[in-house]
Write a protein that binds this ligand. Structure first.
Ligand code: CS2
Length: 499
């Protein structure tokens, strides 16, 4: 990047007038009222963006972002005083500057400062994007008290490694100072995210300080949410594109599709950011929205990630250009997902599903299948297994859903073959790779090996004879994909998937 390109910083805002959409308030005079834990690209593309728009209506709702371990973001955005660029990609490209981040902290390096920020009465809201694994839950959705980070954090006076441990330490400080608890919003793709989070915090507090747990039982609010916007990881091209188009250097811009949705359970106190003014939906029934999104967007996303990777494809767009894969996810939605839940009154599931596949078909978005394929052991229990359980209970088909699970098992074997060049990104990588190492291509024994993974499959599925039979058949049907020479045209092979 040429050195005479100015760096993005507040002093540059005046020059940028008219070039891109700027914050409609003065970030530098905005106080902090929200703490966010886990500041990945999705948070910056979604919650930080909604808050940036809401700040036009006033209030000290600036955000202090806390990374548990990595200081990459703090190093990138601190010189820009938290400012960063958001690029919206669709038929046309739009550029916006987001100013809602007012502080960047790293818990591992600034633990006391993070605790003080969380304990401050002015910190009224905490939002989380810590991914499914960050909640340290077992397959029943309860806090896993045997989890290494939770065991560590239950010891006295330690720097917490988990967000759950950190939040309970901060809540204990507020309890001691008679400051009401902050409201905590999980913004992750978890079923029942607010309830699971609340139970995890209470369970942890009960282990540490029963009086604190009783206080939280009375006062702690963890609204459920549904969050949605396709946000691929930033690549090297994006900063160059900004420098070329707008003439400034941004250390870590982000990009996403134009579609964005946030649904929040309507239990927030009156003192809140003006999110309702900028398109956030409040409802008593988040569950219906959550099911629609996790089942009609995230489940087909995982299907494309594993089947597409087995076919040697790279992005969601590439996978959607593969007619057989497109047919597969459309049939999956129509035949096995849409009937598995009650949609919100205002949502037509068939239209909603068609819109989602149109979003997947956005050529401007390079969303890597490998990124979506991460953490399958955590994602499938949230987005695929609940559909299988509901369909088993109602006698509906699970044939295509079983193909999705089988494709994940074969994806694990693919990553095993690709070691050490391509690592398997999953908190259970070690036991999954052990499983892959023991596989012999015999569908019955290989399926038994995977189904024995109690940290992945809930007991209800492990004990279901029908699921075992369907999964074994699916695995047998897909197994040849793993053995096909690279570059084989898979169209003919995939043809049978939906028939
Ligand atoms: C994706 C999600 O990486 C994944 O698992 O399915 O990040 C998805 O893009 C978002 O949930 C869309 O809102």
């Amino acid at each position: 990047m040429s050195i005479d390109i100015p760096r993005l910083e507040p002093a540059l805002l005046e020059q940028l007038q008219g070039k891109l959409k700027l914050p409609a308030y003065d970030p530098s005079s905005t106080g902090i009222g929200i703490v966010h834990i886990g500041p990945g690209a999705f948070f910056r593309a979604h919650q930080a963006w909604y808050t940036d728009l809401a700040l036009k209506y006033g209030g000290d709702w600036g955000i202090s972002v806390v990374s548990m371990r990595s200081n990459d973001l703090a190093k990138a955005l601190t010189p820009q005083q938290g400012l960063y660029s958001l690029v919206l990609l669709d038929k046309t490209t739009e550029y916006q500057l987001v100013g809602s981040i007012r502080e960047l902290l790293v818990a591992a390096e600034q633990y006391e400062q993070v605790l003080q920020r969380l304990a401050a009465p002015s910190s009224c809201y905490v939002t989380l994007t810590i991914t499914e694994k960050g909640y340290c839950l077992n397959t029943l959705g309860e806090l896993d008290l045997t989890h290494a980070d939770i065991q560590h954090d239950l010891e006295t006076n330690v720097k917490a490694r988990s967000a759950i441990g950190l939040l309970v330490q901060a809540l204990a400080l507020r309890f001691a100072a008679n400051v009401p608890p902050f409201v905590v919003l999980s913004c992750d793709n978890l079923t029942d995210n607010g309830h699971k989070l609340r139970n995890a915090l209470l369970t942890f507090a009960r282990q540490k300080q029963p009086a604190l747990a009783n206080w939280l039982e009375q006062q702690l609010l963890c609204p459920c949410t549904m969050v949605d916007s396709i946000t691929p990881a930033t690549d090297e091209e994006l900063p160059k594109q900004l420098a070329a188009e707008l003439g400034y250097q941004d250390n870590w811009p982000i990009k996403r599709e134009k579609f964005c949705q946030w649904v929040i359970e309507d239990i927030l106190p009156a003192h809140r950011p003006a999110w309702h003014q900028v398109g956030v939906t409040y409802t008593q029934d988040v569950k219906a929205f959550e099911k629609a999104k996790l089942r009609l967007l995230n489940a087909p996303h995982s299907a494309l990630a594993y089947l597409g990777s087995l076919c040697g494809l790279e992005t969601v767009f590439d996978a959607m250009q593969q007619t057989q894969l497109r047919n597969f996810v459309q049939k999956l939605a129509q035949n096995e997902i849409i009937g598995s839940f009650h949609a919100p009154a205002e949502l037509n599931p068939a239209e909603y599903s068609a819109d989602i596949f149109q979003r997947f078909d956005n050529p401007a978005i390079r969303h890597l299948l490998a990124q979506i394929a991460w953490d399958g052991s955590q994602k499938l229990p949230m987005r695929v297994f609940p559909i299988i359980q509901d369909n088993l209970a109602s006698g509906r088909s699970i044939r295509l859903l079983s193909l999705v699970v089988a494709s994940w098992m074969l994806f694990i074997r693919l990553r095993y073959q690709q070691q050490p060049d391509t690592a398997l990104v999953d908190p259970l990588a070690a036991s999954l790779l052990d499983c892959a190492a023991a596989c012999t291509d015999d569908a019955v024994t290989d399926t038994r090996l995977f189904l024995a993974l109690g940290q992945v499959f809930p007991p209800a599925l492990q004990q279901s004879e029908l699921f075992k039979v369907q999964l074994t058949q699916a695995y047998q049907q897909l197994c040849p994909l793993l053995l096909l020479p690279k570059g084989t045209d898979v169209a003919a092979f995939l043809q049978d998937l939906v028939e």
